[in-house]
Design a protein around this ligand. Structure first.
Ligand SMILES: Nc1ncnc2c1ncn2[C@@H]1O[C@H](COP(=O)(O)OP(=O)(O)OP(=O)(O)O)[C@@H](O)[C@H]1O
Ligand SMILES: [Mg+2]
Length: 448
């Protein structure tokens, strides 16, 4: 088992030393961590093929480590060690996706036996490491921020669908992260080593798009001076991402239907049939059902594409994601722009929290990028944000419902009162004519 890297996480030094020493003798590469947080830190930095973790540790528990490993890379087998006689904990660990469990004191022969079994089942493939490494830094789920319940559901679905080869249709308004999700599916799938090819179906006129998708032979049309392979061929053994699928012309819809059904097509100007092994992920920001009803999109194609629908909710419907997204982008953007931005002023944060984001996550990212570039100090202030965010627009609430209108007013009044009272809550409550307790409740409610 050369080249297999194991991480042992246990707070008991003697136990850790015993297991690590045993593994080394068996020819494995071993790293040891004395607690959950150190363990997770190492996991973020280095790839491992197997994790052995103690269930009971102060601070971050073995179960939390397990969850995090599963979240970041579900492919890594985790063996959990539990104290003798605590079968419930073992059951729970298995439920949460542990590969196996051991009771303490650990029987080294038994442990070795289980590891060999894991290897036989091809769980431990050293060749996969490079791949794991690449995945870890790139489209791993930790790059996708989504703490809200709605996004958690989306991410759980992404996890489940990644391992299958099922066709996926991703729905969502512009800028909600459709492409990000498509990549996450590909790079977490068995096809991860194959290509991820993106085609925007709205970007090209019909005849160009056709040759782009299916390729053409020399002389197939004026200007086809040499033959060229299409995106479907390029995506063989990988994934093709068909963006803006709702804009596909009727004749291309027919051709795509055939690819979906038979996985075959011909290049333009050729009658040789080409077979490909591709996974198809499509995306649209349109109401595709309405387009079908309107007769502009084939119903049979719709059903073929809509095998697993994934809908990404607009950002304004998951405001809990705003604070972690802001932190994520600020860190990323300050690095990219070589600036040290430590945070936002309260006013700037409030303005960002209250905005509606018609352009969703991309708009937030753009706003913050501009702010990072503009900021003259380490904190981003209100004046670094676009004017439209700096003051709530009059009349913006015209098409909203009465309760949300009232909430908007309430929120704004609270923010104003806090500004006037320089953050002193007793004073702000007094200004607003409500109790301090009520104010605290509302602050929490609106995430101020
Ligand atoms: N949940 C998220 N966590 C982190 N970054 C995100 C998230 N969602 C979107 N982004 C970022 O926002 C930007 C827009 O995302 P993406 O291009 O995937 O959106 P889209 O839905 O394909 O947009 P469009 O419909 O305009 O093509 C990207 O830079 C992406 O990395
Ligand atoms: Mg996109």
């Amino acid at each position: 088992m050369e080249g297999i890297r194991v991480l042992v996480i246990d707070d008991e030094e003697a136990q850790r030393g015993l297991i690590a020493g045993f593994f080394k003798k068996q020819g494995l590469e071993v790293a040891a961590a004395e607690g959950g947080s150190q363990g997770l830190e190492r996991l973020q930095k280095e790839p491992f093929d197997l994790v052995l973790v103690d269930y009971r540790m102060p601070g971050i528990s073995g179960l939390e480590v397990l969850r995090e490993v599963k979240r970041v890379n579900p492919e890594i087998p985790v063996i959990v060690m539990t104290a003798y006689g605590t079968i419930e904990t073992a059951v729970q660990a298995m439920k949460e996706g542990a590969y196996d469990y051991l009771t303490k004191p650990v029987d080294l022969d038994d442990l070795w036996h289980r590891i060999e079994r894991a290897r036989e089942r091809q769980w431990l493939l050293a060749e996969n490491r490079e791949l794991k490494e690449r995945l870890q830094e790139r489209y791993h789920f930790d790059q996708i921020i989504g703490e809200s319940g709605k996004m958690q559901e989306v991410l759980a679905l992404v996890h489940r669908v990644s391992n299958s080869g099922a066709t996926v249709l991703i729905r969502g308004e512009s800028g909600t992260g459709k492409e990000l999700i498509a990549k996450a599916i590909h790079y977490n799938s068995p096809r991860a080593e194959g290509p991820f090819i993106k085609v925007n179906c709205a970007a090209l006129p019909e005849n160009l798009l056709e040759s782009e998708l299916f390729g053409h032979e020399k002389g197939a049309f004026t200007g086809a001076v040499s033959s060229r392979i299409g995106r479907f061929e390029a995506a063989d053994k990988g994934t093709i991402f068909l963006d803006e699928i709702g804009d596909l012309s009727p004749s291309l819809q027919v051709k795509l239907l055939r690819v979906l059904q038979e996985r075959e097509f011909e290049r333009l100007g050729s009658n040789r049939t080409i077979k490909v092994d591709v996974r198809i992920i499509a995306a649209t920001n349109r109401d595709l059902e309405a387009v079908v009803r309107g007769g502009r999109f084939r119903e049979d194609l719709y059903y073929r594409l809509n095998v697993v629908p994934i809908s990404i909710p607009p950002l304004r419907e998951r405001r809990e994601d705003l604070p972690p997204l802001m932190d994520h982008f600020l860190t990323k953007l300050s690095l990219e722009n070589r600036k040290t931005i430590t945070g936002l002023t309260r006013e700037a944060r409030d303005a960002l929290m209250r905005y509606e984001y018609p352009g969703n996550v991309r708009e937030l990212e753009n706003i913050l990028e501009r702010a990072v570039v503009l900021a003259r100090s380490e904190t981003i202030g209100l004046s670094d944000l676009p004017i439209s965010l700096q003051e709530p627009k009059a009349g913006e609430e015209t098409e909203k419902s009465l309760p949300s209108l009232l909430e908007g007013i309430e929120r704004r009044m609270i923010v104003e009162a806090l500004q006037k009272s320089q953050g002193v809550q007793t004073k702000a409550a007094e200004l607003l004519g409500i109790s301090e307790r009520m104010l605290r409740y509302k602050l929490k409610k609106y995430g101020i």
